[in-house]
Ligand binder design. Structure first.
Ligand SMILES: [Zn+2]
Length: 427
């Protein structure tokens, strides 16, 4: 088996930053220590760089099968590798929808064969993601599904949602929900408020999210069933989740980099690279999300990587589909804005926790930690040199990213999955 030595890095040893070498033997981490030397070893000088567990993303859209002009399993996983992610969870809004044990088995086989990183597969909650019957929760779990979600749409019927919570609980599979009350949308494309008025477009009120979240928290409490909230966007939602947790409701939640970093006031005009669902809210909402992470109300960060074609996104705020890419800019955008500041908003260790160990723990994934004897899933980041993001640098097929033109620190230099180098800066 081949051996690889990462020499002289700053290693995030699960919460402690230590100067150390890291030795990979085959697919495993063989040792973390000083002055490690082995014969016949491929060496990488990573002095001055951060060596950490590969990042974990509970929320990506790979568009494959069905929309491969936007992304494929191969390009989406290459984007993840370029962002330092070594385990990602793929949402089921593809065509055909993975909603049966047989289709989950097919997707698991394709993800393993074609993915550059570990790809876990979500099943939908309902058949074909429609208002119909719920899936065979035990069956999709046995076939390898990591969780169930109808992401992309909310479940409009409380009765269906309660049935899903009870079914997922009985099967012991995580349920992750996109909360959105369709009857309150009225054609809105960005958050309701001054920016929507300025641009002359229809707005989405926060209650599109919070009204359904309130329902779901009540249902999760009634069923005493685990419930994970996708991409929380409003301060009111954070307060509701905080209160629910305090009351013992088994709720967990994620926030995206873009909802943490950008507000509707940052939308420069009719630019669909700022159109996503839920929409960008206010600066107060951004601050509330960060506060939620800091006090444990929000459990982790997930990207909602959502690639689209250039032609689709050229249709402006009213015509373009929702979603932006996130895999390749998540760590650097957050590191730059939150950590590399005169007055940091969080520590590097906290940020890495929210992007690796925390999501892995939520879904019981064997990932997110650096341990001798453990899988060699590793990301190496350059924290010292700034880099201006350009539209043509992405491994994703999607270029729909609002951080294009931003100077970011924290570029990925190397990504290893099971000891194999799957990304090298510039390649
Ligand atoms: Zn969603």
């Amino acid at each position: 088996m081949s051996k690889t030595l990462l020499r002289g890095g700053t290693v995030n040893l699960n919460g402690d930053l230590v100067k150390a070498d890291l030795l990979i033997d085959g697919t495993k981490i063989a040792a973390i220590g000083t002055n490690l030397a082995e014969p016949d070893t491929t060496e990488y000088d990573v002095s001055g760089m951060l060596v950490t567990a590969g990042l974990v993303d509970l929320h990506v859209h790979l568009r494959d099968p069905g929309q491969t002009a936007k992304e494929t399993i191969k390009t989406g996983s290459a984007a993840a590798a370029r962002g330092g992610f070594t385990t990602i969870c793929a949402m089921p809004n593809v065509d055909p929808v993975p909603d049966s044990p047989a289709r989950i088995a097919e997707m698991v086989a394709r993800n393993n064969a074609e993915g550059l990183v570990h790809i876990k597969q979500y099943s939908s909650i309902t058949h074909n993601r429609t208002a119909g019957a719920t899936v065979d929760f035990a069956g999709v779990k046995a076939a390898g599904a990591v969780g169930v979600s109808n992401d992309g749409n909310g479940i409009q019927s409380a009765d269906t949602m309660l049935e899903a919570l009870l079914g997922a609980k009985a099967a012991g599979i995580p349920l992750a929900e996109h909360v959105e009350e369709d009857s309150l949308k009225h054609g809105g494309v960005i958050s309701a408020g001054a920016k929507a008025d300025e641009l002359g477009v229809k707005g989405l009120i926060p209650a599109v999210e919070t009204s359904q979240l309130a329902r779901d928290l009540a249902l999760a409490q009634s069923a005493d069933a685990p419930y994970h909230v996708c991409h929380v966007s409003t301060a009111t939602s954070v307060n509701m989740i905080r209160a629910a947790k305090a009351a013992g409701v088994p709720v967990t939640a994620e926030a995206t980099p873009h909802h943490l970093l950008l507000s509707d006031s940052d939308i420069p005009g009719d630019d669909a690279n700022y159109k996503m669902n839920p929409p960008l809210r206010t600066r107060k909402d951004c601050a509330a999300l960060l506060e939620g992470l800091l006090d444990g109300t929000i459990d982790c960060i997930a990207t909602d990587h959502a690639p689209h074609t250039d032609a689709e996104k050229a249709q402006g705020l009213c015509g373009a589909p929702n979603g932006i890419t996130g895999s390749e800019t998540a760590f650097a955008s957050l590191y730059t804005a939150f950590v590399r500041q005169d007055q940091p908003k969080c520590t590097l260790i906290q940020l890495l926790h929210w992007l690796s160990a925390a999501p892995a723990t939520l879904f019981k994934l064997n990932a997110g930690k650096l341990l001798p004897g453990g899988a060699a899933d590793i990301a190496v980041f350059d924290l010292e040199h700034g880099h201006t993001v350009t539209a043509d640098e992405f491994a994703s097929k999607g270029h729909n990213n609002p951080f294009i033109g931003h100077k970011l620190y924290g570029e990925t230099v190397y990504t290893f999955v099971d000891g194999q180098l799957v990304y090298h800066e510039g390649n």
